[in-house]
Design a protein around this ligand. Sequence first.
Ligand code: G3H
Ligand code: 13P
Ligand code: NA
Ligand code: ZN
Length: 319
Amino acid sequence: SLVPMKLLLDKALEGKFAYGAFNVHTTNEVKAAIEIHETFRSPVILQIIEFATGFIAGREDFLNATLEEKIEGIKIITEKVKEAAKKTDIPVVLHLDHGHDKELVKACIDEGFTSVMIDGSYLPFEENIALTKEIADYAHKKGVTVEGELGVLAGREDNANHSGSLYTDPNKVCEFFEKTGVDCLAISYGTSHGAAKGKDVVISKEIAIASYENMKFKNIKGSLVSHGSSTVPKYLVEGINKLDGKLKNAHGIPIEQVLEVVPYGIAKVNVGTDIRLAITRYIREYFKNNKNIDDNSRVGQIKKIIEDRPELIDERVYL
Ligand code: G3H
Ligand code: 13P
Ligand code: NA
Ligand code: ZN
């Protein structure tokens, strides 16, 4: 059944472990993610990034989808996840990842998402607090979990590309929790979004530990979230590039580093890029083996995107 994410976060916090949260972009990915979690007997956190909603709605130029089209995508995916959640015996969370548009975030809450992220991390501190609090108040009335973000991750994030990261200040974490009422908080501590995280990237364990210690001292019950945590497996990168992909500087976060910080209040670990890499490799293989694809079919549309804008597919999209 569908459950609020808070239920899982509390368990993870108590047991000092973390759940993986996986970005899914199509109904097939929803199915695959649920099946793999069933085999591990684990609850599943499915998360949807804003630009995937336009894609799900069938908009070819999905990066420029309108709010209405995005909401249409949200309705489609919520319906599919609700159906799937009825059929499986594992708890399912449907979470909006990196929500920026208030109206879109509220639509997710209204449609039945059990968790949303409101990402006000690019705003000045007080404005981030005001926006996040508004969403938290709205969501909590309906039993929906809320994630906020403090600090800016380098790399690609939704429609923006950030060259520099701004680490989270552990001394602002408690104030953020207290003033917004969020259930969990994404921190910037050395990870970044996308497949190019740096050759020898090192997570700042100190930021997680200091945030966690401050929270314990103030008796704050929330948890922390690790974004940008893909490991970027070599076999996928090589597989894509053998199929004419042009991935450069592809390096992920060594899993050991993530596992080392998990006991310090990190209850959720976000993975999106690894999924898109796996799917990209598959798509490239499919196109190589299937020459007669109807241009007007959905698959044909995607083929066109790959040919016209290969950087989109390899760096942040999927299908
Ligand atoms: O954080 C949101 C998206 O997952 C960004 O894409 O996984 O390539 O960073 P990414
Ligand atoms: P990756 O780019 O490491 O997969 O990060 C995903 C993420 O943080 C989604 O919010
Ligand atoms: Na951010
Ligand atoms: Zn993220």
